[in-house]
Design a protein around this ligand. Structure first.
Ligand SMILES: Cc1ncc(COP(=O)(O)O)c(C=O)c1O
Length: 444
């Protein structure tokens, strides 16, 4: 496969080989969250070939590998490390790449104060560590999170998650001590207010109502926030909302924890999404794209919060040497190949294309996002904003049949998060397929 070829559907999807894998998966893998029936043979950048020889554009991969499929620099680092050693009992002994990735994370995250890192294997685990760290450092037990938020599916992280009820259903009781507030989702304001005149009531309500009626502020350890809600719909809050929540945190000595598992590592055009809001968090949680597709999570925190004694928190594989070198190579690629600049340029181009779609098609109710973390929300009509969920699902299916892989988010939104290495031609081709797919879905 040439890297510039495609998308090209050679046999109707899913082809026979793909169907075979889908069937094997359905038989042996626990029911999860699978989407379009597509199985990869190999990939580079934002392109991949499926098992039946079809060539796709992958506008979902940036969520997990901002550097794209099998970035050569990352592959080389993994190969070289694998030749040296695969493990060295990380929680018990020492190796340089584990310390180096922690040092690098402390250097590139916002905050001009000494920091430390807990390394783990996933986003949920990064959030679990932040929950424990917050309780251990403050001696307080309560947390604040937001409706629409996704922080993971382990029992602690799940107590923070409030994106879709299916994620919580049948798992109660949750970890106690989490109060959820509506998020600043201005397109569908929970208070039916207007952003021009609301004065960020959705933030102020924490102090004016919650702290006075149900939640004593002196018992709150931390506020957890995704600076851009991911699973909840790629919702970008106003700068003033994030700043107001941070101010309230400072006033009442509450930690501000930014969950950047989805928004971090360059996708928004800044290394971390919180940098768009002029806020410095006490804790930043990372995962997904940080090791270009290898399992890795990190909780980066103000050193003052560190666990007081050995053994209070640990794990086995956190910062394992393969993930550690992959993360170092990922950061090197972002810095040396100017991927943030490309993300901003391609993000602007992409967003303009989405705005053009909104100008032409009534059912595209909203376009939002930062950099290459973009979304459209489909509605039945613009006045009522009734979510057009079936239309959304049909559009994703049509795109898939035409060689463009996409994922949903929120109730009726489609997220676009191609890897940061995407070029102009790939953006334009994706937009073309998207437009045709929406128009076809509307005709039927
Ligand atoms: C913002 C956010 N936090 C946490 C998680 C959980 O990460 P993981 O699936 O690696 O446990 C996710 C996953 O989608 C996420 O988007």
């Amino acid at each position: 496969m040439r890297l510039t070829e495609g998308p090209k559907i050679r046999v109707p999807v899913p082809g026979e080989e793909t169907k075979r894998i889908v069937s094997l998966d359905e038989t042996y893998l626990a029911t999860g969250t699978k989407g379009s029936p597509v199985a990869i043979k190999w990939g580079r950048g934002v392109r991949f070939e499926d098992l039946d020889g079809n060539l796709f554009l992958d506008f979902t991969n940036g969520m997990v590998a901002g550097t794209g499929h099998s970035h050569p620099r990352v592959v080389r680092a993994i190969q070289e490390q694998a030749e040296k050693f695969l493990f060295f009992n990380g929680p018990d002994f020492y190796y340089e790449v584990q310390s180096r990735i922690a040092q690098k994370l402390c250097q590139i995250t916002p905050g001009d104060f000494p920091k430390k890192v807990f390394l783990s294997n996933s986003g949920a685990e990064a959030n679990e560590a932040a929950l424990k760290l917050s309780r251990s450092a403050t001696g307080k037990k309560q947390f604040v999170a937001f409706l629409g938020a996704f922080h993971g599916r382990t029992m602690g992280a799940l107590a923070l998650t409030a994106s879709k009820v299916v994620q919580r259903e049948s798992f109660f009781p949750m970890m106690p001590g989490v109060t959820h507030l509506p998020f600043a989702y201005c397109y569908r304001c929970a208070y039916k207010m207007k952003p021009e005149t609301c004065n960020f009531w959705c933030a102020q309500i924490l102090e004016d109502l919650y702290f006075k009626s149900v939640l004593p502020p002196e018992e709150v350890a931390a506020v957890f926030m995704e600076p851009v809600q991911g699973e909840g719909g790629y919702v970008v809050p106003p700068v003033g909302f994030v700043q107001k929540i941070k101010k309230i945190c400072e006033k009442y000595d509450i930690l501000f924890v930014a969950d950047e598992v989805q928004s971090g590592f360059g996708k928004t055009g800044e290394m971390f999404a919180i940098q768009h809001f002029g806020v410095v968090p006490d804790v930043i949680n990372l995962g997904k794209a940080m090791a270009s597709g290898l399992p890795m999570g990190a909780t980066v925190f103000n050193s003052e919060l560190d666990f007081p004694v050995q053994g209070r928190h640990s794990n086995t594989f956190g910062g394992n040497p393969i993930s550690a070198v992959a993360a170092l190579a990922t950061i090197e690629a972002i810095e040396e190949e100017k991927l943030l600049e490309n993300t901003r340029r391609m993000g602007d181009l992409f967003k303009k294309g989405l705005m053009d779609l909104m100008a032409d098609i009534e059912e595209v109710g909203d376009v939002r996002g930062l950099g290459l973390m973009l979304a459209i929300e489909l509605v039945k009509d613009r006045e009522t904003k009734t979510p057009a969920r079936e239309l959304r699902d049909k559009v994703i299916e049509n795109c898939y049949k035409n060689g463009l892989l996409l994922l949903p988010c929120g109730t009726s939104a489609i997220r676009f998060t191609p890897a940061m290495v995407i070029n102009r031609e790939e953006v334009e081709k994706g937009l073309e397929i998207l437009r045709e797919s929406i128009l076809t879905a509307l005709k039927n």
